[in-house]
Design a binder for this molecule. Sequence first.
Ligand code: THG
Length: 268
Amino acid sequence: MEIIGERINGMFTDIKQAIIDGNPEPVAAWAVKQTQLGAAWLDINIGAAATDPSKAFKFLIEAAQGAVDTPLALDSTNYDLIEEGLALCKHPALINSCHADRHKIERVFPMAIKYNASIIGLAMSEESGIPKSSDVRVGLAMELVAAADEFGLPMENLYIDPLILPVNVAQDHFIEALETLRQVKLMADPSPKTTCGLSNVSQRCANRNLINRTALVLLMGAGLDSAIANPADTDLMDAAATARVLLNKEIYCDSYADLFKSARHTIH
Ligand code: THG
């Protein structure tokens, strides 16, 4: 399980304030903390409020890279911003994300090849929006898989996101996401990796951490390889480590949970 640390996101008030103040400290602190807790990538998202998105994105990237060597997941719907970000990244990055629309695929996949980046491909499009049915989601995911072949993106550099919605407003969607993961793993050979925005599932719900970790275990059982999540949620990380043992993906030993959580990238 690769954790993409979700915490450097202008949606959180401390990061939003750091952007406003131009203060790299809170960003660097979350970069170090998430890395120490085992994050494989750090998601970088300016949130909704930035007055100068280009400046804010550059600020977050440089603040994170000043603190750690962990590769970055550039989270924006603005591809010009993503391309500026890729040019700043010291390590091969993860482009978050590309919808299954032809004009977006033609913009994003060549950019990934140029910068040796990976891509999160979303099982949605302009025409279908976020489809409810797993069949439509799988069809869109397979268009992204075909694009990887067409543009020469190694399949292990493509992460399919089945799309997770808050369970209190879209309770009927989660099982469709599970089925999408299963089908994508069955249909594509070699299969792409999979990921999702885990915390979406519990937004504006009570007992968020319990919902997040229960969802993560179910998703892992269906074929989830990675998640955008907060590695500072210790119970979540313990549940993920335990699920890996139960799914026979980890050799059992008493310290398995600690091994899973230990930092794999350098902290400056
Ligand atoms: N797929 C992909 N990328 C994504 C998402 C996805 N990026 C953004 C998001 N979804 C994943 N990241 C988050 C980060 C934070 C929260 C949810 C998802 C979150 N934030 C608090 C909230 O809204 O309640 C913020 C408030 C606070 O705690 O301060 O839950 O699906 N590819």
